[in-house]
Design a protein around this ligand. Structure first.
Ligand code: ADP
Length: 319
């Protein structure tokens, strides 16, 4: 193998640049040529592919986002579109592709691998919803951002005797919410893995208010319910002013934290090593503090992320 490509796809995440830098520098150090593809599968299809040199990834380790750009490109689900993309890769002599992205991006990498073009997936998403890894690149950075927001909300909601609902990203994974809830000392935690019973939540809050509690934080994952409507219903039942804050894309930006920089660097280097050993069609993870790799097809089709019940229970114990 002489030439590899690399792209970032789907939702961006802090640490993606650190992963790209590690892929580029490890590959160049081992005598490979590296090609950067702009804006994910969209740029792959549009043939926006250019050679990367060592200095292209200078001053990248500490930058959020992804310097290659990212995009959503649903057309990539069509086989004919992927065939054209593979033609573009072949035209440049690229023999394997490293894809940094979330589960949608992994589907694209799996589809390319099934068509005979070997891909390696690196888990890049703040949502921590990828199988075969304990942590995804960006999760801890986003967690710190969420904690910072909760700390600020706590100051103002305790001063104003107010209830604060904080809507946290994660798609259909409650990891970010659970860990932010523990780290931020939230009173209530609502996550997609557990059925949401609004009446039960409001009764529990009312109960606390009757016992004299005059402020509180509810951490809730996106897509579970309309948080502004929930705030109105809590306010009318408890008589305490209640406000919802949707953290939104602020959670995706910012400099990567130390953990993400180091883990992304390790994963990027590992991906290149795997390709040099002739291992294509893999996805990289970290499990019990060790770098691991799994078959990308097998992992998407048959593996699921274990739910951390103990950590969820701890949110209740400590509230
Ligand atoms: P993320 O990777 O963050 O989960 P998306 O779900 O938007 O983000 O996926 C990113 C991109 O991956 C999509 O825009 C599309 O180009 C590609 N993709 C998603 N699902 C598939 C699929 N089933 N087959 C091929 N490509 C896919």
């Amino acid at each position: 193998i002489k030439k590899i490509g690399v792209l970032t796809s789907g939702g961006d995440a802090p640490g993606m640049n650190a992963a790209l830098r590690a892929v580029v520098r490890t590959a160049l150090g081992k005598g490979l040529e590296v090609y950067g593809i702009r804006d994910g599968y969209l740029g792959l299809h549009q043939n926006r592919i250019s050679k990367l040199e060592r200095f292209d990834v200078s001053n990248m380790i500490n930058r959020g986002g992804t310097f290659l750009g990212s995009a959503r490109f649903p057309e990539f689900k069509e086989k004919s579109v992927r065939e054209e993309a593979i033609e573009n890769l072949k035209e440049h002599g690229i023999e394997a592709l490293v894809v940094v992205g979330g589960d949608g991006s992994y589907m694209g990498a799996k589809a390319l691998t099934e068509m005979g073009f070997p891909c390696i997936g690196l888990p890049g998403t703040i949502d921590n919803d990828i199988t075969g890894t304990d942590y995804t690149i960006g999760f801890h950075s986003a967690l710190n951002t969420v904690l910072d927001a909760i700390d600020r909300l706590r100051d103002t909601c305790s001063s104003h005797h107010r209830i604060s609902i904080v809507e946290i990203m994660g798609r259909y994974c409650g990891d970010l919410t659970i860990q932010a809830s523990i780290g931020g000392g939230a009173e209530f935690t609502v996550i997609p893995e557990k059925e949401f019973d609004e009446e039960e939540l409001i009764s529990a809050i009312s109960n606390d208010v009757e016992q004299g509690k005059d402020h509180g934080i509810i951490a809730i994952t996106e897509h579970v319910t309309d948080v502004n409507a929930l705030a109105r219903r809590i306010e009318s039942r408890t008589g305490l002013e209640t406000r919802a804050t949707i953290l939104g894309h602020t959670q995706r930006g910012g400099a990567p934290c130390a953990f993400d920089r180091v883990m992304a660097s390790q994963m990027g280097a590992f991906a290149v090593d795997l390709l040099l050993k002739g291992e294509g069609g893999r996805c990289v993870g970290i499990q019990s503090n060790k770098l691991v790799h799994h078959d990308i097809i097998e992992s998407i089709e048959n593996m699921s992320r274990p739910f951390n019940q103990e950590l969820y229970d701890l949110t209740k114990t400590l509230s």
